[in-house]
Design a protein around this ligand. Structure first.
Ligand code: UDP
Ligand code: MG
Length: 327
């Protein structure tokens, strides 16, 4: 008999089953039926105990109805966390992480871009003692813009943090429960879970995984959301952009001082002159734009600090569908 209850598990319940699969869902009604059809047989064939935790991240379509039906069909292995609004993919994963009961936790997207059939590959690695296994997408099926934007972010991340990942954007990943517990304890907001996991892992690795086109619907990431997410990736892990900026600002100040001295010298010894006025404007505009970038950069850090200090609830749960813990 299955029942609906709320928050029956403490965040750090002991790992009592083998594998927890965590899936964030936002407007995925076109993908969920096929996802269920492909995912559950893969997990049934593992020969391990498992649970699947879906977080409905405030979907406006019929995703929650489909998830409820799946919970009623497989209540023994299905749990659904229903948010009361849209808090973003990483918070949806975080809410599930707070409730997982598996020794190994696998994350997966709901749109079938990460084939569920690849899960056993990740588990081979966790069996071999790796505590953070990242999928590296082969033949990535995304737009050219997304692929090149990822390359750029990868480049910046490599130079500004000591996080070593060849494919940070792939959400097909497996973690040990200790790594997930570390993520939950960090209480991070605006974070990028794969990178946070990497910083907590003792023995990380990667495995190549297939990547498919989104089965139905369109990406939930607008350019604005992507920019915010990638800012999170950098600002949550390092302050080196601020240091680069300060270094650059110092170099600019040195150059400006030199220019002022040259101009003062010319004014004193050659008299008033209008030549070079436009050059001066050019230099001035450049320096103003550098200042604006600096203010923006500082704002990013201050804004994030403010959100942490404010300490508001990171997400609000409407209800949780799960079998009673004692059953
Ligand atoms: N997602 C979510 N909340 C959001 C945006 C996305 O839970 O605000 C989920 C979405 O349903 C999917 C996963 O996160 O399971 C990845 O989203 P999407 O496929 O839109 O991202 P992309 O693959 O384009 O990076
Ligand atoms: Mg996708």
């Amino acid at each position: 008999m299955s029942t609906t209850s709320s928050l029956t598990h403490s965040p750090f319940a002991p790992a009592i089953i083998d594998v927890s699969v965590v899936i964030p869902v936002y407007n995925e009604q076109g993908n969920l039926p096929l996802l269920f059809q492909r995912l559950y047989p893969v997990l049934d064939n593992l020969g391990r105990s498992y649970e699947v935790i879906f977080t409905n991240d405030g979907s406006a379509d019929s995703s929650i109805e489909l998830l409820t039906a799946q919970f009623n069909a497989r209540p023994d292995v299905t749990r659904v966390i229903d948010f009361n609004g849209n808090y973003g993919q990483h918070m949806a994963i975080m809410a599930a992480f707070e409730r997982v009961r598996g020794k190994v936790i696998v994350t997966l997207d709901a749109d079938l871009q990460n084939p569920p059939e690849e899960i056993p590959k990740l588990l081979e690695k966790t069996d071999a003692g790796y505590d953070c296994v990242g999928g590296a997408r082969q033949n990535r099926q995304d737009t050219i813009f997304r692929r090149y934007a990822s390359k750029l972010v990868n480049f910046v991340r490599k130079r500004s943090t000591n996080i070593e990942m060849s494919d940070q954007g792939c959400m097909l990943r497996a973690y040990s429960c200790a790594v997930v517990e570390g993520i939950v304890r960090s209480g991070a907001i605006n974070t990028f879970i794969p990178a946070l996991a990497y910083t907590l892992a003792k023995k990380p690795t990667e495995v190549p995984v297939r990547h498919e086109e989104r089965h139905a619907g369109v990406s939930n990431y607008s350019i604005g959301k992507l920019i915010r997410l990638n800012f999170d990736l950098i600002t949550a892990f390092t302050i080196s952009p601020l240091q680069w900026f300060t270094t650059f600002a110092l170099a600019c100040s040195g150059g400006s001082l030199f220019l002022v001295l040259v101009l003062a010298f010319r004014r004193i010894f050659l008299g008033a002159e209008a030549e070079g006025l436009f050059t001066l404007f050019g230099v001035l505009f450049f320096l103003i734009s550098v200042c604006m970038v600096g203010i923006g950069l500082i704002g990013e850090y201050v804004g994030r600090t403010y959100q942490v200090v404010r300490g508001r609830t990171r997400y609000q749960v409407n209800r949780v569908l799960e079998k009673d813990a004692q059953e």
